[in-house]
Design a protein around this ligand. Structure first.
Ligand code: NAD
Length: 294
């Protein structure tokens, strides 16, 4: 069951998934794999990519075992050349790319005082430069899509309301909302059949906390100097997310959002209450609302 309301399409175009080709980053598990499952179940072919070569190949193989069309490609989205190679692999295999989902992400959970410059660099590279690389490399391909191309980026509710203890993540996720809003406005000015959207999930039951620690070690050699405090906070957040939404449900919400021509795609629309409160206080007294965010 979707938590998204079945309201009238907000865009003026309908997106027909059958026969389209999608590239999804960060697709070895979690939300990315949920998207890949939803897309293939709607008749799309999917290029799954991830930093983790073994897990992404296993994920693609599991879709092929179910009779779907999917390949896995190891890609580090922080490296422009690797994102270009991902596009080349997609074009070599399918001859086109209709959809890009910039979904790869990672988080360091620490208060700003403890965030190191490495934490900043790593998080911004993965969560902000990754999508920027994706848009730069894939926009020319997606714009050639017959019948409507689409670029989606996974932000977060954290991109709208910056909570405590995840500063670099908040900054990156806020940045990708600006990136996708710019792209969507430019697509609309072109009056073509292409669209951009942003996914702002609430809590989803994935391994992001553990994957982030593992990937951070693999790339930077050591975990943040936020050290034990960060690790404890990460574990706490990991446990909280275990009660979150199933990532397969998120995949269907994204597919439906694209088909309805939506720009904003939410998994937990109720959380928008916090955003409204923030805007109301901005208007009323110029203070930052605290709500449940402390
Ligand atoms: N889980 C949540 O509650 C939640 C909430 C809001 C937003 N998000 C966002 O959803 C997206 C997917 O996260 P998830 O929750 O499914 O966690 P996840 O850890 O299952 O998925 C993220 C994937 O990105 C991959 N990745 C990390 N760095 C990479 C890099 N440099 N290049 C390529 N791949 C890389 C990881 O290996 C991992 O497989 C992320 O952007 C995350 O920030 C998640």
């Amino acid at each position: 069951m979707s938590t998204q309301s079945a309201s009238a399409p907000s865009g003026d175009l309908s997106f027909e998934p059958n026969g389209k080709v999608a590239v999804v980053t960060g697709a070895a598990g979690g939300i990315g794999l949920g998207m890949a499952r939803a897309f293939t179940s709607a008749g799309m072919s999917v290029v799954l990519s991830d930093l983790d070569a073994d897990r992404v190949e296993a994920a693609a193989a599991s879709l092929r075992d179910e009779g779907h069309d999917a390949i896995g490609v190891a890609t580090d989205v922080t490296k422009f050349d690797e994102v270009q190679s991902l596009a080349d692999a997609a074009m070599d295999t399918y001859g086109k790319v209709d959809v890009l989902c910039n979904n790869a992400g990672a988080a360091v959970f620490a208060k700003l005082y403890n965030v190191t410059m490495d934490d900043w660099q790593w998080t911004l590279d993965v969560c902000l430069m990754g999508p920027i690389h994706g848009v730069k490399v894939f926009q020319p391909l997606v714009q050639q899509s017959q019948g409507g191309g689409h670029i989606n980026t996974t932000s977060s509710v954290s991109g709208l309301i910056a909570g405590a203890a995840s500063g670099p993540y908040n900054v990156a996720k806020s940045g990708v909302i600006a990136l996708m809003a710019t792209l969507e406005r430019e697509f609309r000015i072109q009056k073509g059949p292409h669209r951009a959207s942003v996914l702002c999930p609430g809590p989803i039951n994935t391994e992001i906390s553990r994957n982030s620690v593992r990937n951070r070690k693999a790339v930077k050699g050591e975990v943040s100097e936020g050290g034990e405090a960060s690790k404890k906070l990460g574990d706490k957040i990991g446990n909280f997310l275990a009660n979150g939404m199933d990532p397969d449900e998120v995949g269907h919400i994204v597919l439906n959002g694209m088909m309805e021509g939506k720009f904003w795609i939410f998994t937990h629309p109720k959380l928008l209450k916090l955003y409204r409160e923030q805007n109301e206080m901005m208007d009323e007294n110029g203070m930052l609302s605290m709500g449940k965010l402390t």
